[in-house]
Ligand binder design. Structure first.
Ligand code: GDP
Ligand code: MG
Length: 600
């Protein structure tokens, strides 16, 4: 397949607008998977994706398709829609020349439609908008088309209407891709040059690299060099995703495929790296801007003996998710662990679940915090990734000139009747409204600046409930601003637990301090002694609660009685122990760490 006969494209859209379902139909149409009528989001391969019904990893799949008597090799990349995984989208776009922007004809343009459009547009990709779900009674294709025209200033005249569910119109998709999306540039005659844009760890093959070959060709035995490290490798296998890895004799200019070479450690695979043939160096490709962590959380093994194994699991998993940043951390309460940076709290939660499901890990995660900044009198600036590093009350007075917090620039799209609630939501979360415009007669797009800390807790849930599900939301980082920050500490029987500390805006100290104490009381189990819970800000106690001591043995009433009930109780207690950490004499469940997340 010469480059003219190759098309590399992705599908982007707001969450749930039907990207993965369209991918199913296209794979069926081209015979990659059989038409059983049972295929449901086959490219959502991870367990976490199947359970949650969302795509978190971009996945590639190759197809062969005949159009006007010519055979084409089509490489499709299905992408996630949620804002927390936009780094996956932007990396995938580097391997494509164009993209299908799918819009649910019943919902119209949503916040991630806008965000993903600009991501693709900024990369200079050809964007083909298409309307999906036209089978729905509530579909309003004409209205959605008008929104596309007014929001993106593109002609939505010959817009393709389809239903990825029923298959209506799906046969028009690949012809449109072939005609509208340009073939990859590059030439097989030039020296080999490829972009590494995704990696994963395979139990049998080790590190597998997904590459977009820009020039030249590669086959088994080719000696290649990493531009990043200048390390040389011999290629052991090349192939395409069909949709599982399928070996081929070579990968040529314009193709997207996988390469297995003798990478010894996981650290050798750098997403964004350029590879070339040994002794034929080329100019490096631009690569990727590293993902900026929006939230940080401490991750600790429940059982300290599992530290080494967990360390390896985290390395392997971050190989498949290069947007996670990793630093070692030691906590007085929890011992040795890591401080991981994520793109949002959903990202954090998915990472935890993948660690547990794919690597059988048993971890405890602390409440997420945003990276604060402290400016000192001597002119230096320090990042605070963990509340434990926040300056003490004394140094706040003596040495600190300013405390700063990160902000995001948010886009909210909603029907006009929710205007009041949406404005109020932004202002109660310390947001500053910048402007609002109508994208059609009754749909509003609102732009506002919000502290990241407000966004990463329950902002999204509130947005959904206050708009009865009709508002959608997306954001991008927007720098730092000065803010009056305070550290809240939690004391258990008089001792401060570093892993429970939190940094917050002064305006929420009283409510949050009381709330934290109350929530902790709910989740800390009664033990053989009273547990006094106190929250304190700037050394002043804000709230106090007591967990009364336990009097009876839980199994006491079963003695001589029902044995199976006793076993059940004991097992239940053992289950609970799995996610417990001992601090001094007090046992803390996972919920204790998450319950300190500020939310009113
Ligand atoms: P993604 O998040 O964009 O990948 O969306 P999915 O492909 O996972 O689809 C989300 C939901 O919409 C699933 O329940 C699909 O069955 C459903 N869906 C997708 N396409 C259509 C369609 O054309 N019509 C209808 N009625 N439902 C669809
Ligand atoms: Mg999907």
């Amino acid at each position: 397949y010469p480059p003219e006969r190759i098309r590399n494209f992705s599908i982007i859209a707001h969450i749930d607008h039907g990207k993965s379902t369209l991918a199913d139909r296209l794979l069926e149409l081209t015979g990659v998977i059989s038409k059983t009528g049972k295929n449901k989001q086959v490219l959502d391969k991870l367990k976490v994706e199947r359970e949650r019904g969302i795509t978190v990893k971009a996945q590639s799949a190759s197809m062969f398709y005949e159009h006007m008597g010519q055979k084409y090799l089509m490489n499709l990349i299905d992408t996630p829609g949620h804002v927390d995984f936009s780094y996956e989208v932007s990396r995938s776009l580097a391997a494509c020349q164009g993209t299908i922007l799918l819009v649910d004809a019943a919902q119209g343009i949503q916040a991630q439609t806008v965000a993903n459009f600009y991501l693709a547009f900024g990369e200079g990709l050809e964007v083909i908008p298409m309307l999906n779900k036209v089978d729905l009674q509530t579909a309003e294709p004409a209205r959605a088309a008008k929104q596309i025209e007014s929001a993106f200033e593109i002609d939505a005249g010959g817009l393709l209407h389809m239903s990825a569910k029923t298959g209506l119109g799906v046969d028009q998709v690949l012809p449109a891709v072939i005609e509208k999306i340009p073939p990859p540039g590059g030439s097989s005659g030039r020296p080999f040059k490829a972009l590494l844009f995704d990696t994963w760890y395979d139990r049998y093959q080790g590190v597998v690299c997904l590459m977009a070959v820009k020039d030249g060709a590669i086959r088994k035995g080719t000696r290649i060099v990493s531009n990043h490290s200048k390390t040389k490798y011999e290629v052991a296998e090349v192939g395409i995703m069909y949709p599982e890895p399928t070996p081929t004799t070579s990968l040529q200019a314009g193709q997207v495929g996988y390469i297995v070479c003798n990478m010894k450690s996981i650290a050798e695979a750098h997403v964004g790296d350029t590879f070339y043939r040994d002794k034929e160096p080329v100019e490096a490709l631009p690569g990727f801007v590293p993902a900026k962590s929006m939230v940080f959380a401490g991750v600790f093994p429940i059982d300290a003996d599992e530290f080494d194994r967990l360390d390896e699991s985290i390395q392997k998993l971050t190989l498949n998710d290069s947007s996670v940043s990793v630093h070692k951390e030691t906590s007085a309460a929890l011992g040795q662990g890591w401080r991981l940076g994520f793109l949002g709290t959903l990202h954090m939660d998915v990472f935890r679940q993948r660690l547990e499901e794919e690597y059988d890990a048993n971890v405890l995660i602390t409440a997420p915090t945003v990276p604060y900044q402290i400016k000192y009198r001597d002119g230096s600036t320090h990042f605070i990734r963990t509340p434990a590093d926040f300056p003490s009350a004394i140094s706040m007075q003596d040495a600190v000139v300013a405390t700063m917090e990160p902000f995001v620039s948010a886009t909210v799209i909603f029907p006009e009747q929710y205007m009041g609630q949406m404005f109020e939501l932004c202002t109660t979360h310390r947001g500053e409204i910048q402007n609002h415009t109508f994208i059609d007669e009754s749909r509003v797009m609102l732009k506002c600046r919000l502290p990241t800390a407000e966004v990463v807790t329950d902002f999204f849930d509130k947005l959904k409930s206050k708009s009865q599900g009709f508002a959608s939301f997306d954001y991008e980082e927007a720098g730092y601003g000065e803010s009056d920050l305070v550290k809240m500490e939690v004391l258990l029987n008089g001792e401060s637990v570093d892993a429970l500390a939190a940094v917050m805006h002064r305006s929420s100290v009283v409510t949050t301090g009381r709330d934290m104490a109350r929530r902790l009381k709910e989740v800390i189990r009664r033990q053989l002694f009273d547990i006094i819970i106190q929250t304190a800000a700037n050394g002043k106690i804000v709230a106090r609660e007591t967990v009364k001591q336990l009097r009876k043995n839980v199994t006491a009433k079963c003695y001589g009685g029902d044995i199976s009930r006793k076993m059940k109780l004991l097992n239940k207690q053992k289950e609970g122990k799995k996610r417990m950490k001992k601090f001094g004499k007090v046992e803390l469940p996972q919920e204790a760490f998450l319950s300190v997340m500020t939310s009113k």
